[in-house]
Design a protein around this ligand. Structure first.
Ligand code: TMP
Ligand code: ASP
Length: 237
């Protein structure tokens, strides 16, 4: 494949391919938190997140959610549709945790009476500030119709993932999505992994996600392996 480096982010690298409609994503082991303030490496994270994201994209595709995943290329690479990423991060929350728990003063672990959907401006220099639909419209980040579509997909994705994970004894606390335009249509991009979701063991409430890195809880790699195992039965070592 004739790949050319296009963009390097904190956890992934993007390459153009000979086909302008397709891009290659390379998943790194690098981990950051607090907008790059904390840096580290999670051994084999790239491989695990490539596998876990692939699993989730395929699951969502089966439920009618359009997404960018095309096929696996190698243990750290997936071929995806080339999207024009909307500069909005969509966060869906079922249980108060992280920045929401702090913002509204609710104890982490408190069930939210209704699902909360939030939008953040994807801008590292500003530290991804919380914004609303009216900011998005004024800033020209997305049209009103595109915002509605992202919200609609986010809520649907939440119910598909929550239902699926329940059987695997995983509680879906919250997660972040990114969408982009592909030939004018809003479709799901980026990744869905323990980097971008909070997963708790349903019974023990043990954290099985990147909070283990953010909060120095130890056995970060084991948590990512456990998620892959519960989803696919694959024992990674
Ligand atoms: P938060 O509670 O820190 O705002 O995070 C909400 C969700 O979004 C959580 O599942 C982790 C995910 N997330 C990202 O994927 N990238 C980020 O940069 C941040 C801050 C959170
Ligand atoms: N990805 C974010 C960063 O470094 C933070 C996070 O995931 O908590 O910057």
């Amino acid at each position: 494949m004739d790949k050319k480096p296009m963009y390097e982010g904190k956890a992934k690298k993007m390459y153009t391919t000979e086909n302008p409609d397709e891009m290659l994503v390379y998943f790194k082991d690098d981990a950051t938190a607090f907008n790059g303030g904390k840096k580290g490496t999670i051994l084999n994270k790239g491989i695990l997140n490539n596998k876990i994201s692939t699993f989730f994209f395929q699951l969502l595709g089966q439920h009618g959610i359009p997404h960018h995943f095309i096929r696996t290329v190698s243990d750290r690479e997936m071929l995806v549709k080339a999207l024009k990423i909307l500069q909005v991060e969509v966060v869906v929350r079922n249980i108060a945790a992280g920045s929401l728990a702090k913002r509204i003063g609710w104890e982490e672990g408190t069930k939210l009476p209704t699902t909360v959907v939030e939008m953040y401006y994807k801008n590292d220099e500003l530290g991804d500030p919380l914004i609303n639909a009216s900011h998005i419209k004024a800033m020209g980040l997305a049209s009103e119709e595109q915002v509605k579509r992202m919200e609609e997909y986010a809520v649907k994705i939440n119910s598909i993932l929550t239902d699926y994970l329940k059987d695997k004894k995983i509680e879906l606390i919250d997660f972040k999505l990114e969408f982009g335009l592909y030939h004018g249509e809003v479709i799901l991009g980026d990744e869905i992994s323990p980097d971008t979701c909070r997963f708790w063991d349903s019974e023990t409430k043990q954290k099985l996600d990147k909070d283990r890195f953010r909060r120095d809880l130890g056995d970060v790699e084991g948590a990512y392996q456990e998620i892959l195992y519960r989803l696919t039965g694959e024992k990674f070592s």
